[in-house]
Design a binder for this molecule. Structure first.
Ligand code: FUB
Ligand code: ZN
Length: 640
């Protein structure tokens, strides 16, 4: 690793987003999604699946109180992943074993939102919930409502399948966000007590376990950054170093003996530093890889960094949809094998693309890399934004690239492909994850070190960098034009990322172009105009991807486009794009010349040239699909 290239993100409080495209999305999250999720967490959204999560904190708080008063407290089973009204007694824990994390993600999003947009009423609501959380902490610092309500004696018994360390990770990220926003320490102190217990419990000469669902690794690093408590960093490193060592901890803990294959799902099949391929449950994977990158940077660990590099290259070059979606199989919500990217069976969980963005940002802190930013951008502008409806009231968990509603309804292999966004999910990991990312997007646009300020993403607004104030006027999503006004008394290098999708770019000043970035020496007030010419492009996919042979996708700038039935009629598979077409862009739509094959009802007949008629095709940005009712959709289309 070249430590001269290390950089760090700009703190959220030093960023202001003001951008025609993003203002609207961020306002939606602030004014619709956050309040809506507050209601959902309280089980007050009619017709939505129940969350139970606030209720669980209330129950756990009562248990803690009863215990402190020496009262007898009931014990319930802790052997299921999901507890609902039918299989759990009323007084017991309800929901998925990781239900607490939805509350934490909501608080985290609120913290970010308060940082950029103070709001006393929202802050008061968050504080009410924080009080419920803090009241649910056991005297020794432990805090996970499943075990507190159901059985205090079973804690940390099944690290592989149950999610105490996962919930802890989200709790830490929430507490840090709220502390950064308000300066109030109550929640942070509560999470530190839990972190202390975790550090006392796991490590050399202690329990040699590690999280079944990663996130605690990166959360502990963040907690170290805020508190400077070295043991948090050491425990994060321990979790990464211990993972996958043989004999497997999980085997010992669960009293069995197994083989590598059993632990691919949790990325625990071998030590992370010896993993070179993205494998297993996709969200778990990218959360682990984020923690690995954090630790590689903190400890100058070249071997770990090399593993991260190989993994991210494997994702970008062999396992990522054009939409930045990852995890192509619903079986285990997981990465499958290289070039296996089915469009109609895709899993592509919203959280996985969010996690890819976390991983990407951490890799950029080690070394700027335009390919990585490109992947981050694809994930952000396509899969992540598709995760939310235009009114902010419904969400996708799974993000397919081809949908036939009849198949979703009648073919159980496609049950996971929802044709319209859902109001909420029993397993509601994605909506609050999306809210926390969008609310903290300023932390994903720039990184800086003593010499260089990097702009990786062109979202309009203002940044208070270490050496300058930088105003960004961005028309990036429309025509690729960006103006950057730098006010600085000190000299430094400004590095502007050149998007991979752009063949023609120009800058108003001379720059040194290197590895996908344009470098400018800044010594006083300077305005740099950049134009990344954003044209409609026809993109082909490697012919190793079986589902896309003979097909193409249409893109413009960071956006991938799709066809919907509502604009193009039923049977989208009968359409093809004329390879000689010119494109006509109107607003967000793209029109092109194409053909529609004549419908053929007969299942088999002698081959003949297909009969077709000329049609106008209408493409819309992928992130906007399914906002006009249930209908067919496809990203890829045949070309002729
Ligand atoms: O297990 C916790 C979360 O639930 C995962 O990150 C998601 O994939 C969903 O399974
Ligand atoms: Zn999710």
């Amino acid at each position: 690793m070249n430590t001269d290239l290390f950089s760090r993100p700009v703190q959220l409080k030093n960023t202001v987003i003001d951008d025609d495209f993003w203002n609207q999305i961020r306002e939606l999250v602030r004014t619709e999604v956050i309040p809506y999720q507050y209601e959902a967490l309280h089980d007050r959204v009619e017709g939505a699946e129940k969350s139970y999560s606030i209720d669980n904190f209330i129950k756990a708080g009562k248990v803690v109180k009863d215990l402190s008063q020496g009262k007898e407290v009931a014990v319930y089973p802790t052997d299921k992943w999901h507890y609902d009204d039918k299989n759990a007694p009323e007084g017991a824990f309800h929901g998925w074993v990781f239900q607490d994390s939805d509350v934490y993600k909501w608080i985290e999003a609120v913290g970010y939102s308060l940082t950029t947009h103070p709001d006393d009423e929202l802050k008061a609501k968050a504080k009410e919930i924080i009080d419920l959380v803090c009241n649910a902490q056991l005297e020794n610092g432990y805090l996970d409502t499943l075990y507190i309500i159901n059985n205090r004696n079973a804690v940390f018994e099944n690290l592989k399948d149950f999610h105490e360390l996962y919930c802890f990770g989200h709790m830490a990220e929430a507490a840090i966000s709220f502390y950064n926003a308000t300066g109030e320490r109550k929640f942070l102190d509560t999470v530190c007590r839990f972190a202390d217990l975790i550090c006392d419990t796991f490590g050399e000469d202690k329990i040699k376990g590690y999280p079944g669902h990663e996130i605690a690794e990166m959360a502990l690093v963040k907690l170290y950054d805020v508190t400077a408590k070295e043991k948090y960093l050491q425990t994060a490193k321990f979790f990464i170093d211990e993972r996958g060592k043989k004999p497997y901890y999980y085997d010992k803990a669960l009293g069995k003996e197994t083989v590598e294959d059993n632990y691919h799902y949790n990325q625990a099949h071998r030590e992370p530093r010896h993993q070179h391929e993205a494998i297993g449950h996709a969200v778990r994977g990218v959360y682990l890889y984020s923690g690995m990158a954090d630790i590689a940077k903190r400890y100058g660990d070249d071997e770990l960094y090399l593993a991260c590099k190989k993994i991210i290259e494997n994702i970008i070059n062999k396992k990522m949809y054009i939409t930045g979606g990852i995890g192509s199989t619903s079986h285990g919500e997981a990465f499958s094998f290289d070039y296996d990217l089915p469009n109609d069976l895709a899993y592509s969980e919203t959280c996985a693309s969010i996690g890819l963005i976390f991983f990407a940002r951490r890799m950029l802190e080690i070394e700027p890399d335009a390919d990585i930013v490109d992947a981050m951008e694809k994930a952000l502008y396509n899969t992540v934004l598709a995760g939310m409806s235009q009114d902010g009231k419904s969400f996708f968990y799974v993000n397919p690239l081809e949908v036939l509603p009849e198949a979703s309804h009648k073919d159980s292999r496609k049950n996971h492909i929802k044709t319209v966004r859902q109001k909420w999910f029993g397993c509601a990991c994605c909506p609050p994850n999306l809210a926390r990312l969008v609310s903290s997007i300023g932390e994903y646009c720039y990184t800086q070190n003593n010499d260089t300020f990097y702009i990786h993403q062109y979202i309009g607004g203002k940044v208070y960098a270490d050496k300058a104030e930088i105003d960004i006027h961005s028309n990036y999503t429309e025509d690729g034009k960006v103006s950057i006004l730098v006010s600085s008394k000190e000299s430094f290098t400004l590095a502007l990322r050149i998007p991979k999708w752009c063949d023609t770019f120009s800058f108003s000043h001379n720059a040194v172009i290197k590895d996908g970035y344009a470098y400018f020496e800044i010594s006083n007030e300077t305005r740099i105009d950049a134009h990344f010419k954003s044209e409609v492009k026809i993109i082909k996919c490697s012919n190793r991807v079986r589902s896309n042979i003979g097909k193409v996708a249409v893109t413009k700038g960071p956006f991938v486009y799709c066809l919907e039935e509502v604009d193009n009629g039923k049977n989208l598979q009968m359409l093809s794009l004329d390879k000689h077409t010119s494109f006509f862009v109107e607003g967000e739509n793209i029109y092109a010349d194409g053909y529609r094959e004549k419908d053929c009802e007969k299942l088999y007949s002698a081959w003949e040239e297909a009969k077709k008629e000329k049609v106008k095709l209408c493409f819309i940005p992928y992130y906007k699909w399914a906002n006009r009712g249930e209908n067919e959709m496809t990203v890829y289309i045949r070309i002729e």
